[in-house]
Design a protein around this ligand. Structure first.
Ligand code: FMN
Length: 317
């Protein structure tokens, strides 16, 4: 038996809630323990950008403790307990909701498995009594699914939602196995009156159940979504193009490839080494962790910063 958690950022008992609850019910029928949380009903404060969590991890003083004393620990605890995390957000202005983004920022560096793994190694190597080690559950392998619900009748108006939603899985190193966008969810047409969407929720549940039953890591984390997508790592198709060249970058993975024209259609090629450094992989996260650790040590302090700021202090007030 595994633990399946769903986090919904939609309206209470509306489309996102019900899609996720349908997946949960099927998982429960298959013998898994389920939990449903609505972070919007909790007091979760936005990140202030103080970087106290990063400094705490890198200095060895904390495990990424946040300055806020709020309800975030409720979601964090459930996330750490889970073997599978389902996250759903409504589409607002083509993207996930603001509270979803707040959640991602709070899950950011403080829950990054590369930050925590390196911290654990360094602290164990240093030794001594009462060594402060990260919560072991941070290192537990997890799978995840992302669901976006948009009211617009064209999928185009949901376009940035799933790519941005990968942020909620990235730091903790969750392997996303399926994503789905339900668009055209007008107020009058609740998902409970749309059998094909309820059936899609059931297929997502089947994917979760199959992944949780897998005997190997490869089988557990393999992509089970309904389209292959153009990026071989995240299976989404959102690239930044570089005009005047054949370079493309996956906005989710941060890896670079080439676009080629074959028999009248575009093909995208990403080398093995680029795929290995996707920020969805441990190596990709470690690369970023190391650049931050290096920056903290080597960046030069600006001389006379206080005096230089003086000119800008009350501009436009
Ligand atoms: C502020 C706001 C912005 C929205 N922007 C979009 C949008 O860009 N694209 C879209 O498809 N739907 C948009 N919608 C519609 C919601 O995505 C839709 O109501 C959806 O059903 C919400 O999910 P829920 O039913 O689970 O709460 C917007 C709704 C609100 C309140």
């Amino acid at each position: 038996m595994s633990k399946v958690l769903a986090l919904s950022f939609g309206r209470k008992m509306s489309n996102t809630d019900v899609f996720l609850k349908e997946v949960l019910l099927k998982c429960q029928e298959a013998g898994h323990e389920i939990k449903f949380l609505r972070p919007d009903d909790l007091d979760i404060k936005p990140c202030t950008g103080c970087c106290g969590c990063v400094v705490g991890i890198m200095s060895g003083r904390t495990n990424g403790t946040c300055i806020h004393k709020d309800d975030f620990h409720i979601v964090e605890d459930a996330y750490y307990d889970a073997d599978c995390v389902l996250i759903g957000s409504p589409v607002y202005e083509t993207s996930p909701s603001g509270t979803f983004k707040t959640f991602c920022d709070r899950m950011g560096p403080s829950h990054d498995i590369s930050f925590l793994t390196e911290a654990k190694k360094e602290r164990l190597a240093r030794g001594g009594e009462n060594v402060l080690l990260p919560d072991e559950r941070a290192f537990k392998p997890r799978i995840g699914c992302l669901v976006a619900v948009g009211g617009a009748r064209t999928e185009n108006w949901t376009i940035m939602t799933i790519p941005i939603m990968y942020e909620s899985m990235m730091s903790a190193g969750v392997d996303v196995i399926d994503t789905h966008v339900y668009y055209g969810a007008m107020n009058v047409q609740h998902i409970l009156g749309v059998p094909e969407e309820m059936a899609r929720a059931d297929r997502m549940a089947e994917n979760v159940i199959a992944a949780l039953a897998a005997k190997t890591d490869e089988e557990r984390t393999k992509w089970r979504g309904e389209s292959e997508g153009a990026c071989p790592v995240c299976h989404q198709s959102m690239f930044r193009v570089h005009p005047g060249s054949d370079r493309v970058e996956c906005v989710i993975c941060g890896i670079e490839g080439k676009v080629l024209m074959k028999a009248g259609s575009f093909h995208y090629e990403f080398s093995e080494s680029e795929q290995a450094r996707s920020r969805l992989t441990y190596a990709g996260k470690l690369e970023h962790r190391n650049e931050i650790a290096d920056g903290a040590m080597t960046q030069k302090k600006v001389e006379n910063l206080k005096a230089l700021k003086e000119k800008y202090l009350h501009v436009g007030e």
